[in-house]
Design a protein around this ligand. Structure first.
Ligand SMILES: [Zn+2]
Length: 178
């Protein structure tokens, strides 16, 4: 449905899915985050298609390739696009946190099950605690990081990307109808 075809990825860009949705270029994401923190003015020059910040004299967008002659640059990112980034980041955050909490639970239960299955530890509060405490501390450093940072991150990205794609399609339909 889209004319969007990525060019050779420039080194400054991280992974960019080729799914027809040009949101969000790293530069656009950085701009919107800075605006939300009040660190940069909202207004600027943005690609008229994907809203990547571009130079005033740019003839084509370096991210999506849209020629400025075809779709003139805009001076502010449309609200639905800003809202889509907020939703994307919130979704990613929920997945990362959810998996991190699961990691906390595993870190607590796993050493407990070790202590409870070894009779010598189970019958001695001091010995049991002496084994449980360091295992708990190690587990708390390992499991939330692995689950949140790896699985939560990956699955959160997929879930968030789906929402971003839907928001983009809805926005494009709205924009091009007008
Ligand atoms: Zn663009």
């Amino acid at each position: 449905m889209s004319r969007y075809r990525p060019e050779e990825p420039s080194p400054e860009e991280r992974f960019r899915p080729d799914d027809g949705c040009p949101l969000f270029s790293p530069r656009l994401e950085a701009h919107l985050v800075a605006v939300s923190r009040g660190e940069t003015p909202e207004r600027g020059t943005f690609c008229g298609h994907c809203y990547t910040p571009i130079g005033r004299e740019s003839v084509a967008c370096p991210h999506c390739g849209e020629p400025a002659s075809k779709r003139p640059p805009v001076d502010v990112v449309p609200a639905p696009v800003t809202a889509a980034l907020r939703a994307q980041r919130a979704t990613e955050g929920r997945w990362v946190n959810g998996f991190a909490y699961l990691g906390v639970l595993i870190a607590m239960v796993l050493p407990l099950s070790v202590v409870l299955t070894i009779p010598a530890l189970k019958d001695s509060l001091i010995l049991g605690t002496a084994v449980y405490a360091p295992l708990l501390l190690i587990g708390m450093r390992v499991f939330p990081g692995i689950l949140g940072g790896y699985f939560g991150d990956r699955m959160g990205f997929e879930a968030a990307r789906k929402k971003t794609r839907a928001a983009w399609e809805q926005w494009v339909a709205e924009r091009d109808r007008a």
